[in-house]
Unconditional design. Structure first.
Length: 387
């Protein structure tokens, strides 16, 4: 009996060794902890009790701490097929766990199968419609398929099928009452280090009777050198935001003077178009620590209605470890007033894969005779690790 057990253990060990030899598994991830100071993020809006006359702030923000941890695993078979999964843990505000600091969830879980010049990616995927500028529909997760056809190192075409909602009736999937998206995009490189990406997606919403939620959205972006200038820009549209098609665009040109980088960014949104939350500066757009979001009137560009802006981002590399950044931005929100952003960051690399970032910003806001009387001021201190 002991010989049988020993033989079985030996076979299992050989099987485990063969499985390990024929596949590769790697892990990576990142984590951060952040402290935030937020003053007047509600723009000083108040509400008055009609009976008592008491005046209270409408949506005043509170100083807070947040954190998150993300772990990603990638397993690759001997033939080149692979699987990727990422789990996000403790992502939320420190509040005893109510916002998510006691929970975890999956934000990536997909398989990838290379087949000659094509590749099929299916599952809980992350996709980018406009990838390089972060201007619109960038780095979003969805359930679906991304089928890529690669012609050469200079270009590829991708086909996207995404399922946002699957209706069920009596326990069986129904063919209607779903929310589905179909898309196509192309990624191209040209001579002189120029590149462009264009894509369009159609959203088919069968759940609601509101036709305005159906329709197409997409755009084109470009970037490359123009003499001493680094040039980038995008134009995008969104037909799902209302009765009129929303439009937006921007153009940026920057130049490097030794350790100093200076750029000029101009852009616009109209008819309900809203840029991706990761696009912008520090307080107006960008998705950074002190951006006024979550019910704040100002935040993502386009949220305040028709908007145009002009901004000057500046950066200075003090050393290999320390980088300073600054922004001076003016934005006009049509009937919702205007604002001037003065903001900056200090980013210090503590060691390889670890660092600390300090953000500070003031958003001088004005809206004529309306009740908004205060301007947002914020500071953020972030410790981050990647591995």
């Amino acid at each position: 009996m002991k010989k049988v057990i020993a033989a079985a253990a030996g076979l299992m060990l050989v099987g485990a060794t063969v499985g390990t030899a024929s596949a590769a598994v790697s892990f990576g991830g990142d984590a951060r902890a952040r402290a935030l100071l937020q003053e007047n993020y509600d723009l000083g809006a108040t509400v008055t009790d009609e009976e008592t006359g008491a005046v209270t702030r409408l949506n005043e923000k509170e100083n807070k701490f947040t954190s998150r941890f993300r772990l990603q695993a990638r397993g690759e078979a001997a033939g080149g097929a692979y699987a990727v999964g990422r789990i996000r843990m403790g992502d939320g505000t420190w509040d005893g766990g109510a916002s998510g600091t006691k929970s975890s969830f999956i934000d990536k879980a997909y398989v990838g199968v290379p087949m000659g010049p094509t590749e099929l990616i299916a599952g809980r995927i992350y996709y980018d419609l406009l990838k390089y500028t972060k201007f619109f529909d960038q780095d979003n997760g969805a359930d679906g398929v991304d089928y890529q056809i690669k012609f050469s190192d200079m270009g590829m075409i991708g086909l996207i099928y995404l399922k946002d909602y699957e209706a069920w009736s009596n326990g069986d999937a129904s063919e209607d009452n779903d929310i589905t998206r179909y898309g196509i995009y192309a990624d191209m490189k040209f001579g002189g280090d120029w590149g462009a990406r264009a894509g369009v997606t159609y959203k088919d919403n069968q759940v609601t009777d509101n036709d305005d939620d159906d329709g197409a959205y997409g755009g084109v972006e470009f970037m490359g050198p123009g003499g001493p200038l680094a040039i980038s820009g995008a134009v995008a549209f969104d037909d799902t935001v209302g009765p009129d098609t929303g439009w937006g665009g921007f153009l940026q040109a920057g130049m490097q003077f030794g350790a100093t980088g200076v750029a000029l960014n101009v852009g616009f949104t109209q008819d309900g178009f809203v840029t991706d939350g990761d696009f912008g500066f520090l307080m107006m757009g960008s998705g950074e620590s002190i951006q006024p979001v979550n019910n704040a009137p100002i935040g993502t560009l386009g949220k305040m209605g028709d908007t145009w802006w002009i901004g000057a981002p500046v950066s200075f590399a003090v050393s290999e470890m320390l980088t300073l950044k600054g922004n001076l931005v003016y934005a006009d929100f049509d009937t919702m007033g205007d604002a001037v952003e003065i903001s900056g960051s200090a980013i210090y690399a503590i060691s390889d894969g670890a660092g600390v970032r300090y953000d500070i910003g003031y958003l001088a806001y004005s809206q004529g005779d309306n009740d908004y009387e205060e301007s947002p001021f914020g500071m953020g201190l972030t410790f981050y690790v990647s591995f």
